[in-house]
Design a protein around this ligand. Structure first.
Ligand code: FES
Length: 166
């Protein structure tokens, strides 16, 4: 890791630390805390991040791989950060002829990510997708369940501002 890169860490809140301390007496081995701690991390963050798993491993005196194996065994744990806005830009023929590539490039520039990536804060994921069956109104995109058609860079800017408000 480069000297300038700082690894992200996860810490439970003070309130959680107290709950964890109270739970310790219930289990014969520290590893018994893994499941309750996975629940706490998910409840507090909306998902269980790799950083949370490392912290849980530390607290439970085990390896991150062991925590990961439990977290992936049970389907109720969310292991991907929930995304608020899923932006899918059609780049199929009709939309492409109407400028979808520049719409995608504009979104990449505004969001600071490439197609296929999500923003660091988990608000946006951007994808280039195949035909969304709105070929007569391209360039177009789908955001979550809504269609946005005949897009221009100005329309994109207005939409991103709107999405940024909630
Ligand atoms: S080509 Fe874009 S919606 Fe069909």
């Amino acid at each position: 890791m480069a000297a300038t890169e700082r690894k992200k860490t996860f810490r439970f809140s003070e309130k959680r630390e107290k709950e964890i301390a109270a739970l310790r007496g219930r289990y014969e081995y520290p590893q018994g805390l893994i499941m309750p701690l996975l629940w706490m991390a998910q409840y507090d963050e909306g998902w269980v991040s790799p950083e949370a798993m490392e912290t849980i491993a530390e607290i439970c005196e085990t390896s991150p791989a062991w925590v990961y194996s439990l977290a992936t065994f049970y389907t109720m744990f969310e292991l991907e950060r929930p995304i608020r806005y899923q932006i899918q830009v059609c780049h199929n023929l009709s939309c492409s002829l109407n400028g979808s590539e520049s719409i995608l490039a504009h979104l990449e520039k505004k969001l600071g990510i490439r197609a296929g990536e999500a923003t660091e804060d988990g608000r946006f994921r951007l994808s280039a997708v195949e035909c969304l069956a709105s070929c007569g109104s391209g360039p177009m995109m789908q955001v979550n369940t809504e269609y946005y058609e005949q897009l221009t860079p100005e329309k994109i800017d207005a939409l991103l501002e709107e999405f940024g408000r909630d």
